[in-house]
Each structure stands twice: as structure tokens, then as C-alpha cells.
Design a protein around this ligand. Structure first.
Ligand SMILES: [Mg+2]
Length: 158
């Protein structure tokens, strides 16, 4: 059994009031928010963190990408992979990733935007809409059980 978190960055690990900046001068990542996700993941068990954020378009050796991975790794989080998508069809990218990783049988999506997620009930029921991870709420009126559990853990550690 394998659990995955599809992770957006902006609006999840930061908000518009975040002061921290990346090496290239963009809105940075708040350690307190990484800490919440790290603790929730540890409590959930064996978890793959998959980058679905636009940060995935950065090259591996880009200063900002190195900044991202070091912020995550400082708290024990490693990126297992990233999705690929076009025209903001982030849900399609996640479905493709799931297709090529059949070992993942439970997952949640952390994102502050809805994109195309509503087109796919399986994704919509596992989407936690954020305004900063500590203010995550269910997208769906009928959330999947892993979304219910994971949101509980987020609240526990917020
Ligand atoms: Mg975002």
C-alpha cells in the first residue's frame, strides 16, 4: 500500500503575506508550513511526495529548485517525482502519474486552485483546497477517506 501527496507550492507552503524570498526573488517557502506537512506525512506512513506545482518546470540545477528541495529535505521530505501537464490541466497530469505508478493506491492533492480537478471525481474527492496548508478544507462534499484522515493530521499539527 502506497500513499502519495500531490503537492502544489504557492498557496500551500506560502501565502501572499509570506516575507521569505527565493534566491531569485520570488515568494519563498515557510518552514512552519513544511513542518505541518512533514509531520502529517510521518503520521500517515509510507508516502511519496509528488510535485504538481509549476515549480516542477524549473531545471534541477536552478537556484530556486535547489532552494525548494533543500527546504523540504531539511524536514525529511524528498520529492519522489513530478507530474507533467499542459494548459493548467493539472488533474490530467496527476491522472497520468497515477497510471504510470500503479503502486499508489491512496493519495491526496494539496492545491489552492481548482484547475480541472472537478472534471474527475476521483481527484475532486481527494483535493484539499488551501490558503496556506494550515487552512485546508475539503473541495468535495463527499471527500475520500484518505482526504479525511490527512486533513485531520494537518489540523493536529497546525
Ligand atoms: Mg498554487
Amino acid at each position: 500500500m502506497k500513499f502519495a501527496v500531490f503537492l502544489d507550492i504557492d498557496g500551500v507552503l506560502n501565502t501572499r503575506t509570506t516575507v521569505e524570498r527565493t534566491p531569485d526573488g520570488y515568494t519563498g517557502i515557510d518552514d512552519a508550513r513544511v513542518d505541518i506537512i512533514a509531520k502529517a506525512v510521518r503520521k500517515y506512513g509510507d508516502t511519496d511526495i509528488v510535485l504538481s506545482s509549476d515549480w516542477k518546470e524549473l531545471k534541477q540545477d536552478d537556484d530556486d529548485f535547489i532552494y525548494l528541495t533543500s527546504k523540504l529535505e531539511k524536514q525529511g521530505l524528498h520529492l519522489a517525482g513530478k507530474t507533467s501537464d499542459h494548459w493548467n490541466n493539472r488533474g490530467e497530469g496527476i491522472l497520468r502519474y497515477l497510471d504510470s505508478h500503479p503502486e499508489i493506491n491512496e493519495f491526496v492533492i494539496l492545491d489552492d486552485n481548482r484547475f480541472d480537478f472537478l472534471d474527475y471525481p476521483k481527484l475532486w474527492e481527494r483535493l484539499l483546497i488551501t490558503r496556506g496548508v494550515e487552512r485546508a478544507v475539503f473541495a468535495s462534499d463527499t471527500p475520500a477517506v484518505e482526504a479525511i484522515i490527512f486533513l485531520d493530521y494537518i489540523k493536529l499539527f497546525s
